[in-house]
Design a protein around this ligand. Structure first.
Ligand code: NZQ
Ligand code: ZN
Length: 392
């Protein structure tokens, strides 16, 4: 295991009715004038918006509103939010919604404390040293942004989708009431479950040895999703299954299962090019890319894929390591299909003719992608090719 530091001070308020505490939590973490940031309307339909407004009013907290965050959040609304925070003297950003809303909130929170262009943080020209405090009320178990120090934004002019990270971006509090996730369409539920699994896989597929504790945490999270996702697909109102998925989503990405090891992240970065270009749902893009990545790296570095097959998918050892690993990948693909996820370019409206463009954008400032296997441009093209044609 490698040396690490881990500081994840988010206060979690989990369970039925937790949203009623939003006013007192904003006050407790220093907010008196909040930017209430949200997406396209799901929180109005569910009644959460009204509850939040009432609870903030009860605590005499001033509210400035900015709705309209789109999935795969864009820079334009971030600029608008930063302006608004500066003009109105906002001292707290409250994100109510999914990963896109939370990521947009984090970008606004950092940009509001910075004199330059907030995009400097994303193109690595500047690091985030200061941000307004962020609180969240999560409505979809997926991105893990409610406990992570990450934010991912798409720049509207360049079409570049990329992330920034800082300890100061970890939410001060996150309210997680699984009941709010019951209104998610099955496709979003499944895409969220897939994203959670791949957050685990990005950490699991590592060449760092002697990491039994984090390996076992990863396997527990993967097995939880394998058990619970079909239950919510079958019965969207299954509270207990929703609750387990929601907490798994947080644990998968606040890095508790990723410390002390070199992580991979190739599947995510290869997918971000897809969601930047075609605006596909991130988790669905991952369902196409991650198994293709697994099939590709199998020939080069099978050891962790064998463990994945045996411990996560209960595959009996086959004649060769490669056969065992392949059975694990096949089990994973069948699972994704069973919950309604796509596995091919066709199913998400992607076209192989864009593979070169996406690869060029991905490797615009580095020679290789990922760590479990360091992928060159040629390797990435082959992964896109597999996702497009089913041929290696
Ligand atoms: O906008 P509204 O109306 O709220 O609708 C949303 C949106 O259309 C809807 N939705 C959310 N909660 C709902 C609901 N519909 C009905 N009932 C509910 N309870 O779901 C749609 C997707 O929402 P979004 O916020 O985009 O989903 P998700 O949480 O999957 O976030 C995806 C974004 O997060 C990024 C992704 O790349 C993508 O941009 N990621 C962020 C990470 C991070 N910050 O650490 C890590 C991830 O790997 C990921 O890259
Ligand atoms: Zn993700």
């Amino acid at each position: 295991m490698e040396n690490f530091t881990f500081y994840a001070p988010t206060y979690f308020d989990f369970g039925k009715g937790a949203e009623e505490h939003v006013g007192t939590l904003v006050r407790r973490f220093g907010g008196s004038k909040v930017l209430l940031h949200y997406g396209g309307g799901s929180i109005k339909k569910s009644g959460l918006y009204d509850t939040v407004k009432r609870c903030l009013k009860e605590e005499n907290i001033d509210v400035v509103e900015l709705g309209g965050v789109k999935p795969n959040p864009r820079s334009g609304l971030v600029y608008e939010g930063i302006e608004l925070c500066k003009k109105e003297g906002v001292d707290f950003v409250l994100a109510v919604g999914g990963g896109s809303t939370i990521d947009s909130s984090k970008a606004i929170a950092a940009g509001a404390c910075y004199d330059g262009d907030f995009w400097d943080f994303y193109c690595k020209k500047a690091s985030i040293e200061k941000a307004l405090p962020v609180g969240t009320i999560l409505t979809i178990a997926a991105a893990g942004s409610e406990g992570s120090m990450n934010t991912v934004i798409t720049h509207e002019e360049t079409g570049i989708k990329t992330g920034a990270a800082s300890e100061v971006l970890r939410p001060r509090f996150s309210i997680l009431n699984p009941e709010f996730t019951c209104t998610l369409p099955p496709y979003q539920t499944a895409a969220g479950a897939t994203d959670i699994m791949i957050h685990v896989c990005e950490r699991y597929f590592s060449n760092t040895t002697e990491v039994e504790v984090t390996d076992r945490l990863c396997e527990a999270l993967l097995k939880t999703i394998i058990h619970e996702a079909p239950r919510v697909i079958e019965n969207p109102n299954h509270y207990e299954a929703r609750a387990n998925i929601m907490w798994a989503g947080m644990l998968a990405h606040n890095n508790v299962c990723g410390v002390g090891r070199v992580q991979d992240w190739a599947s995510h970065h290869i997918e971000h090019e897809l969601s930047a270009l075609y605006d596909v749902t991130h988790g669905a893009g991952l369902a196409v890319i991650a198994p293709a990545w697994m099939r590709y790296v199998l020939k080069i570095n099978p050891h962790k894929l064998v463990q994945f097959a045996e411990r996560v998918w209960d595959i009996e050892p086959q004649a060769t390591e490669e056969e065992t690993a392949l059975k694990g990948i096949e089990a994973f693909e069948s699972f994704l299909k069973s919950i309604g996820m796509p596995l091919t370019f066709d199913e998400i409206g992607a076209d192989e003719k864009d593979a070169e463009l996406m690869t060029g954008k991905l490797l615009r400032s580095k020679p290789t992608e990922g760590n479990y296997v360091k992928l060159t441009a040629d390797d990435v093209m082959k992964i896109y090719h597999y996702a497009a044609t089913g041929e290696m």
